[in-house]
Ligand binder design. Structure first.
Ligand code: AHM
Ligand code: MG
Length: 355
């Protein structure tokens, strides 16, 4: 191995040693998530082959291969974590109720929330997808987990992260001490530190939104996008993959903003607060960016149910602050305010929101 190369395992261990009280329980959970990411990544890469293998009658080694890949990933994450003795309970996008630890295994003190395969509709067309996770500490003393245990704000997270299955497989995580990214070297089957201390640029030139929904966006959101499109100092461009982890990851590296606001089809927003948006908001914040639902910092929101949806705007500080300004002022107020100036609302909107 090359000098200076740090494996994820070594990095986790060194991080753990920084805290005298750390018992290693938490490290064990992260290691298992990284392990299952490799398993899921391997199967995602075979996605196009599953039918071919099935048709030729070749061995179906897992049995699960006939399942939808997101259900398969869901099962694999549970299997990777349920026996550790470190997890109290889990919640997944693929399961309506809480996932309890089987009686035969001891329980731990951590709660894991996850979206096993986000953007899974993109698998068939070879577009990057991802796994998102968040880890909380259990608060109650109860023997069996209840939904209440999971309804914690982002600021209670002890760790969060995601795995992107793209042109390479990457594991990105934070424990509140900055964000670090690891790239899988398939030849040795190890995640290697490739993106230490990731920082989101203060601003970018990208906005990511499904603009086909814009006819039912609030007028402030339409005006905001218009403002970015016509921004005088730099030309913003639109990039939308439709795969949250991939869109977020690109913006984390390059700067910019991802938004999925309320619209007619999703009056509460489409994305899920607990296991999609809160974990990514923690990463964004730790990398120097932020996330809002338009009014509140995402990290302050307390989910009211496991699968609650939220509007979200997440990204670089400049673009988020600009968005907040549009929402706060309201277009009508803005129009009124600038009516006398003789300048168009848009011009004013661009000039005024300097943060
Ligand atoms: P999923 O959790 O069912 O995969 O849906 C979430 C996905 C995100 O990855 C992505 O950002 C969004 O849905 C795309 O939605 P749309 O197709 O409406 O633009
Ligand atoms: Mg999802």
């Amino acid at each position: 191995m090359q000098k200076g190369v740090t494996t994820l395992g070594r990095f986790l261990l060194e991080e753990q040693r920084k805290y005298s009280y750390a018992s290693g329980e938490f490290t064990a959970i992260l290691e298992q998530i990284a392990f299952v990411a490799k398993v899921i990544g391997r199967d995602v890469n075979k996605a196009g082959l599953i039918n071919i293998l099935g048709q030729t009658g070749s061995t179906n080694s897992h049995g699960e291969e006939q399942q939808k890949l997101d259900v398969y990933a869901h099962t694999k994450v549970i299997q990777a974590l349920d026996h550790l003795g470190k997890v109290f309970a889990m919640a997944s996008e693929e399961e309506k109720e809480i996932i309890h630890i089987p009686e035969k295994f001891p329980k731990g003190k951590y709660l894991v929330v996850f979206d096993p395969l986000d953007g899974s509709s993109n698998i068939d067309v070879n577009i990057s997808i991802g796994t998102i996770f968040g880890i909380f500490k259990k608060k109650s003393e109860s023997e069996a987990a209840t939904i209440q245990d999971f309804l914690q704000p982002g600021k209670n997270l002890v760790a969060s992260g995601y795995v992107i299955y793209g042109s390479s497989t990457m594991f990105v995580y934070t424990t509140g001490n900055g964000v670090n990214g690891f790239t899988l070297d398939p030849s040795i089957g190890e995640f290697l530190l490739s993106h230490p201390a990731m920082k989101m640029p203060e601003y970018g030139q990208i906005y990511s939104a499904n603009e086909s929904n814009s006819s039912s966006w609030k007028e402030e959101v339409v005006a905001y996008i218009d403002c970015l499109r016509n921004y005088p100092e730099r030309k913003y461009t639109s990039r939308y993959i439709g795969s949250l982890v991939a869109d977020f990851h690109r913006n984390l590296l390059k700067g910019g903003v991802f938004l999925y606001p309320e619209d007619k089809q999703y009056p509460q927003g489409k994305l899920r607060l607990l296991y999609e948006i809160i974990p990514l908001a923690f990463i964004a914040e730790q990398a120097g960016g932020s996330a809002t639902d338009g009014e509140n910092n995402i990290m302050d929101l307390v989910p009211k149910s496991l699968h609650e949806r939220t509007p979200v705007v997440i990204g670089s500080t400049f673009e988020i602050a600009l968005y907040q300004q549009f929402i706060k002022e309201g277009i009508r107020k803005r129009k009124k305010k600038f009516a006398k100036s003789g300048k168009s609302t848009l011009e004013k909107a661009i000039r005024e929101p300097v943060i």
